[in-house]
Design a protein around this ligand. Sequence first.
Ligand SMILES: [Zn+2]
Length: 141
Amino acid sequence: MTLKSKKNTEPYMVHNSIQCLECGQILVSRHIHDLQTCSCPNMATVDGGLLYTKTAAKDPSKLKDLCIYSDDDFEKIRIFASRGTRGEFYDESLHYIPLALLTDQHLQNLLIYTEGYANQNELLKREAEYRRKNKELWQKK
Ligand SMILES: [Zn+2]
């Protein structure tokens, strides 16, 4: 079992995930009490959401760490870091959308909604900045 905790001044986790190398299943823990377990005898588990990553397995050497942190390549972050949403009109079941697939309007709304949450807000600002820069690149071509 390993326990990692990150302070705000250090790079923070943006995606908490492991792969069980016995069955190949990829597990993602979305929030602190979201314990995920694979279905094979190795019983790989991941927990902790974005606060910390806690993993366990019968054979821990058959676990692959797939966690992503805020200092990883942003091209990678925006594919895996996700926002939970119930849809624009709050009428859908909870599902997760990677930053890269948020609509521009959704991104703008989230920037306002997350103002009090430093890490989440910073990631969304980086996504907005990424889109602005890439739009400029396309317009120059
Ligand atoms: Zn497994």
